[in-house]
Write a protein that binds this ligand. Sequence first.
Ligand code: 3PG
Length: 307
Amino acid sequence: MKKILVATEKPFAKVAVEGIKKIVEDAGFELVLLENYSQKGELMQAVADADAIIIRSDIVDGEVFESAKKLKIVVRAGAGYDNIDLATATAKGVVAMNTPGQNSNAVAELAMGMMVFAARNNFNGLSGTELRGKNLGLHAYGHVGKAVATIARGFGMEIYAFDPFVDKKTIEAEGIHYIDDVNELYKTCQYVSLHMPATAQTKKSINDNLLSLMPKGATLINTARKEVIDEEGLLKMFTERADFKYVSDVEPDCKALIAEKFSGRFYFTPKKIGAQTAEANNNAGLAAARQIVNFFIKNETTFQVNK
Ligand code: 3PG
């Protein structure tokens, strides 16, 4: 019988685990759970006899693949797959997939919530500002960027998007201003929300050159990855621009310095919580389970990311 391991250092909601279990068992497979683990060794042990794994931001590197002797497929229940060593997966003949779009609404709601929180001075009681009529720049326009645009429209924001992989027609068809030069996005928007994956091209790409272009009242919202930020540039922006605020889903490495010097101008979640809702866990977790069943039964490889 095939063993499907759910390995989540940050567990799914209970309802999602029950849904995954049902899909897996209805297909005649066995579900094994490894939740809240803290050592890579625990994952390496659990994966040793697994045919498939469902993960979230859990790191699946060369060593993990090495101990996964029977593994055929790893599915990242979520969008970003920078936590999987794709080269090793391919070399070992393991199919890697993600579940695009399944948790994007949860992340988008958090991005909007963080924007409101920053605009209202971290809810400290002092007079803040409104989002209506302000320019919002979406840096990358994938599933999450699109979901943020949908909500931001209801707030009455003016929306701009820059994404080198999405054409002008698609963006304009949704009533969004198309921007083809990233500098223009930062020059135009008081609020910039980041939605790109962490890749060799995007890591440390949000630097002082870009941030310093932002108009007065600049707020950067990061529900993407901390790795896309050039933290030296971020600190420079905090130092040189008293109006600048940064809200981020996960703490930057330089958190202590920011907390010491720039009180009231930032907020960082202690743990990545963008996709941490029952709905998103259900959507992404169940999609991952179905993709695994369809892979084993029908040989389906839609959403494979290491083709
Ligand atoms: C994603 O890439 O899907 C999000 O960052 C969510 O990650 P998580 O499943 O670890 O919360």
